[in-house]
Design a protein around this ligand. Structure first.
Ligand code: AMP
Ligand code: MG
Length: 427
């Protein structure tokens, strides 16, 4: 049996980052940028107004106050998207909207709030004024966004390795990018195994079970940025398992579930050994101790040309998901080019006890909540609701190291699951 840390690192050793591809920006959420991106423009391109207000010459309002306003003649209105037509000369002002180009001659902008512009108007000033009273003196340069102050031409917008999320999409789009080079998404073949399995939607009969692992695995693959290729259910004979695994060799990795423990019909390890190499099987962590990892031979017909990893996850749904989260997720993130692939953990106060020491590390589906700035975690959820529902209602995993016990009140490490609603505030 391999312990968890060793299993994880020997998997990661065999995983390579995938190649870069150019893609539409909007398809890149959760992917890693494969090149430095520099700004092609000064943004804003010209000096622009920060607020809605009046573009003026600061010398004309040097003595302005509420009691003694500077009165200026309005010569035009500059709106966003078009350029000013007139120059500001002594005694004149232009109405100017946020983001619009500053007229020549003006060296500052006075906010509408500091003029006689009606405070409660919605939309245009219906009074169509020809003059403005300015109540405040502002220094030269006030309320102006200088050209290039948002970002200068040639400056780095985002470095290679950045993770693309909404803020990165915003910054890149603001620079006119609609395609970027990112590490490509892995295509991952998903295979369930078992003579008892049937697809959801059909009527269940005694002895049969719904195949929920393929659906769960496919959704986790998508969640972490991969592309699932669900191949279906292989039956418990060597031909069926082998044929489906060979089909899976066209993907970047294969994930199976079930058929990896010690039963007569558990054929996954046997088949991995025939189509490739089995690196290890069984880990010292449960649920999900029946886990195996191997690689196909690079020469498989229809394959990608290189050996591809095969993750054989445990059959029981809880162990299967725990295997994915703890052993497949790091590999998937590495393929996608992530450099930070460890789960973040938080320290929480245990609300209940686990007095039994176990021979292997064990994993609890747990409920983490934030109680006035302190995390608390409930570990024994399955007693109340059964395994399946406790898994479905958990928001975290707690890994209890081999030989350890937990007393209520102990401070323990908890791993929040980022695909669940986070540790919500509860009281
Ligand atoms: P096995 O490792 O194949 O002996 O499976 C162990 C347990 O997990 C059995 O009760 C199986 O019915 C169950 N199981 C295996 N594969 C799946 C699956 N894809 N969906 C739901 N349960 C499964
Ligand atoms: Mg089976």
């Amino acid at each position: 049996m391999t312990n968890y840390d060793k299993a994880r690192s020997s998997i990661l050793e065999k995983i390579n980052v995938l190649e870069a591809v150019e893609q539409p920006l909007m398809d890149c959420i959760g992917q890693v940028l494969a090149e430095d991106v520099y700004s092609e423009y000064d943004l804003p391109q010209v000096d622009s107004s920060a607020p809605d207000g009046y573009a003026v010459r600061s010398v004309d309002i040097m003595r302005a106050s509420k009691a003694n306003p500077a009165i200026l003649q309005i010569i035009e209105t500059v709106r966003a998207g078009s350029l000013p037509k007139k120059k500001i000369r002594s005694g004149t002002a232009a109405r100017i909207m946020t983001g619009s180009a500053l007229p020549k001659g003006a060296d500052c902008v006075v906010r509408f709030e500091d003029t006689d512009e009606p405070a409660d108007k919605n939309g245009p000033n219906s009074g169509n004024p020809s003059e403005v009273k300015v109540y405040l003196r502002v220094a030269p340069g006030s309320n102006i966004r200088k050209a290039g102050s948002t970002i200068a031409k040639g400056a780095l917008v985002l470095p290679k390795g950045a993770l693309i999320g909404p803020a990165q999409i915003s910054a890149l789009t603001a620079n006119g990018k609609n395609r970027i080079r990112v590490v490509r998404r892995p295509v991952i073949a998903v295979i369930s195994t078992g003579d008892e399995l049937i697809a959801a939607g059909r009527r269940l009969s005694p002895g049969k079970a719904y195949d929920c692992n393929s659906a769960a695995i496919a959704s986790l693959i998508s969640h972490y940025g991969g592309i699932p290729m669900v191949l279906g259910i292989a039956r418990d004979n060597e031909e069926s398992v082998s044929a489906m695994m060979r089909k899976g060799a066209m993907a970047d990795a294969i994930i199976t579930s079930g058929g990896v423990s010690k039963g007569d019909y558990d054929l996954i390890r046997l088949v991995i050994g025939k189509i490739g190499e089995l690196h290890f099987s069984r880990i010292k962590m449960g649920p999900g101790a029946s886990f195996a990892f191997g690689q196909t031979h690079g020469t498989l017909e229809g394959g990608t040309g290189g050996p591809i990893p095969v993750f054989a996850l445990a059959g029981p749904p809880s162990g299967c998901l725990i295997n994915f989260e703890t052993l497949v997720r790091p590999a998937l993130l590495k393929m996608l080019g992530y450099t930070k692939i460890k789960h973040a953990t938080v320290k929480a106060t245990a609300l209940d006890s686990l007095p039994d020491r176990k021979a292997i590390a064990f994993v609890k589906w747990s409920k983490l909540h934030d109680s006035r700035g302190e995390y608390r975690v409930k570990l024994n959820c399955s007693e109340e609701t059964g395994t399946l529902a406790s898994m479905a209602m958990a928001n975290s995993l707690t890994i209890i190291p081999e030989g350890a016990k937990v007393e209520a009140g102990d401070r323990i490490q908890v791993l929040p699951l980022d695909w669940c609603l986070g540790p919500v505030h509860q009281d």
